[in-house]
Design a protein around this ligand. Sequence first.
Ligand SMILES: NC(=O)c1ccc[n+]([C@@H]2O[C@H](COP(=O)([O-])OP(=O)(O)OC[C@H]3O[C@@H](n4cnc5c(N)ncnc54)[C@H](O)[C@@H]3O)[C@@H](O)[C@H]2O)c1
Length: 314
Amino acid sequence: MTEALLAGRVALVTGAAQGIGKAIAEDFVRHGAKIVVADPGTSIDGSGADPKLVDGVATALGANAAAFADSIAAPSAAAAAVELAVKRFGGLDIVVNNAAILRDAFVFKLEPRDWEAVIRVNLTGAALVTAAATPVLRENAKANRGGTPYGWGRIVNIGSTAGLYGNFGQASYASAKAGLMGLTRVTALDMARSGITANLVTPFAATRVTESIKPANDGQAQYKARAMKVAAKHVANLIAFLCSPAAQKISGQIFGVRGREVFLFQQPRPVARIVNESGDWTVDALASAVQSEFAPKFTELATDLEAFNSEPIV
Ligand SMILES: NC(=O)c1ccc[n+]([C@@H]2O[C@H](COP(=O)([O-])OP(=O)(O)OC[C@H]3O[C@@H](n4cnc5c(N)ncnc54)[C@H](O)[C@@H]3O)[C@@H](O)[C@H]2O)c1
């Protein structure tokens, strides 16, 4: 019998009591990993808590899963979640920062309290868990946990195409998700010497969030109907691959997954350059050069919903 893909690994998955996180947790256990399922069981906007949810998921997964019901968006809780993995299962190898909430509002109606709540869970939470977990992962690397050469350390951040394209009314959510792009790149750089990878995955899947979309027009209604066909298992499968030995050298990348389609995203790099060789730019000269050299290469102001409003392949 061949060894299970993630045999011996311990994973911490945040926001894993439902939706995409739950699919990842189930897949990890199926692949032989032990897992901490971290989720306070909030509503989509982050309010309320239902610890029974995460207890139920961990119980259903059996002895290889442990429930953690505090919000990971506080330094002490992030550290406690990591500690639970180490104490219960003897280590930590994989972190999936999946927890997220949504508080949408047009930018001209942005409420500071909502902005802060979204940034705290979606971006700060991921940073806190990463900060708590990476010292453990570095120690693993030094000790060659899992064998020589060390190859078990993985961090996967769950982003969103909203963070890459933008979407109406999603200033806080898109900003947090765009922030994860920076966090992923820096984590990949900081952990490269230890052989620990960090990647960003922008998923599409039918979850309570997709279900909650209230279409404002026919286009959005069509988007929702298509999105509801996409199972979360495909996201879990891509992440299992990224955490497997085959992905040891893949780091700092941005992937997307929608059913059986898997995307690799370009990352922002200069696409054009103008230089004034004779002195400082005047505004008039800049206007003319930007129009002729940059304008043909400007990025279209399209939302992610518009960009991905094609029939998913499921
Ligand atoms: N569903 C999609 O199509 C889609 C699209 C783009 C991005 N995403 C991203 O995928 C991830 C999962 O989304 P989903 O659709 O499964 O959402 P979901 O609402 O079904 O699940 C999110 C989970 O995160 C948990 N959570 C909230 N605050 C938390 C906290 N402070 N600590 C720990 N857990 C917390 C919630 O209780 C919930 O169980 C999110 O990062 C989301 O932004 C999803």
